[in-house]
Design a protein around this ligand. Structure first.
Ligand code: PLP
Length: 397
């Protein structure tokens, strides 16, 4: 019955991670998947998560279905984190938020929602992109295109080209944007560039779809939400998909949110209803555990302060790893410009290494980097930094 089906090649990033684990060499470095590791190469279990779980375990509760839209305490906490507690869009009841199955689930529900609301709208995604963006939105029936974003020569943003291209799009085109820590390049718009972009989005009546999966890993939890808040300040209608996979180190719990900023409370109610209708026919309602844990941290001032601190530790470690990589590479290979390690932000650095260099790193040195040359920076630590920069210097020489 299904013999005609093609084999699934697997996700190339997960596949390479698998190859790393099967590599028998003791000296090897995994820079593939976007997971935050601590300096000992472990995925942290945050103290605030442990405390919230201990409190829950002390008071066991039954597990009925959650509402289709998720936990109310979670949804309001997501809104405060994205928009700031007192933002006018929240006070005026103009944001429809659902608890989603990770950031990916938010993108999928948002994709289905937009395709139903604007069946002819097409989507523009940065070049290069997180590959799953294409798969998710094409899977929702939306035609995808790319806009200029990153210049491999300068390793910087092609802002003028991006602006020019977006200003020429047909009305109601959907534009996928990363408020911070762009995956895969680590290159973000500055606040000044967002201030220039927002009127272009408004004038073209475009539909911005913001994907924020690394809030707190760039400049800070509040700072990283700049684009979200600036767009809300400007009175735009837009979507935001957020994820707690990274900043709560809760990958397996699938905690995310989809928020749609609307123009009136009445419209918000209708949008929320449509989101619920979509969720009901895909997975009916979200899981409980991760939502309750994150909501208890976000809603408890003491735990929230501790969590901010834990996020700051992750952010600071990433920044110090970036600095160290740059210093060591400058010393070992003065002719090589490694400044991109410190100018790019968040989990990822885009190295621009060639296929041959990536292959040599993998085969000769056991340093695993995905084919685009994107490095997941937290895979580096004080124990493997020397080894990594030696390997880089040897293939770049
Ligand atoms: N969006 C971007 C840009 C990501 O990098 C990721 C995860 O890697 C996601 C969304 C999805 O996050 P989640 O794991 O919560 O589904």
């Amino acid at each position: 019955m299904f013999e005609h089906l093609e084999k699934y090649a697997g996700d190339p990033i997960f596949r390479l991670g698998e190859a790393f684990h099967q590599d028998p060499r003791s000296q090897k470095v995994n820079l593939t998947v976007g997971l935050y590791y601590d300096n000992e190469g472990r995925i942290p279990l945050l103290k605030t998560v442990q405390e919230a779980e201990a409190r829950r375990n002390a008071n066991p509760q039954p597990r009925p279905y959650l509402p289709i839209e998720g936990l109310a305490s979670y949804r309001s906490a997501v809104q405060k984190l994205l928009f700031g507690a007192n933002h006018e869009v929240l006070r005026s009841g103009r944001v429809a938020t659902i608890q989603s199955v990770g950031g990916t689930g938010a993108l999928k529900v948002g994709g289905d929602f937009l395709h139903a609301a604007y069946p002819d709208s097409e989507m523009w995604i940065s070049d290069p992109a997180w590959d799953n963006h294409f798969a998710i939105f094409q899977g929702a029936g939306i035609k995808t295109h790319t806009y200029a974003y990153y210049d491999p020569e300068t390793k910087a943003l092609l802002f003028d080209q991006m602006l020019g291209q977006l200003s020429a799009l047909p009305k109601h085109s959907i534009v996928l944007l990363h408020p911070c820590c762009h995956n895969p390049t680590g290159v973000d718009l500055s606040p000044e560039q967002w201030r220039q972009l927002i009127p272009v989005l408004a004038a073209g009546e475009l539909i911005p779809f913001l994907d924020i999966a690394y809030q707190g890993f760039g400049a800070g939890l509040q700072e990283d939400a700049y684009a979200v808040r600036a767009m809300a300040d400007a009175g735009l209608s837009f979507l935001v998909a957020n994820s707690f996979s990274k900043n709560f180190s809760l990958y397996a719990e699938r905690c995310g949110g989809l928020s749609v900023v609307c123009s009136s409370p009445d419209e918000t109610e209708r949008v929320l209803g449509q989101l619920k209708a979509i969720v009901r026919r895909i997975y009916s309602n979200p899981p409980m555990h991760g939502g309750q844990v994150t909501a208890s941290v976000l809603n408890d001032p003491e735990l929230y302060a501790l969590w901010e601190d834990e996020v700051a530790q992750m952010r600071t470690r990433i920044a110090s790893v970036r600095q160290k990589a740059h210093e060591q590479l400058s010393a070992k290979l003065p002719a090589y410009d490694s400044r991109y390690f410190v100018t790019q932000r968040g989990m990822f650095s885009y190295t621009g290494l060639s296929t041959a260099q990536l292959q040599a790193l993998r085969e000769k040195h056991g340093v695993y980097i995905i084919d685009s040359g994107r490095i997941s920076v937290p895979g580096l630590n004080t124990h493997n930094m020397d080894y990594f920069t030696d390997a880089m210097a040897s293939v770049l020489r």
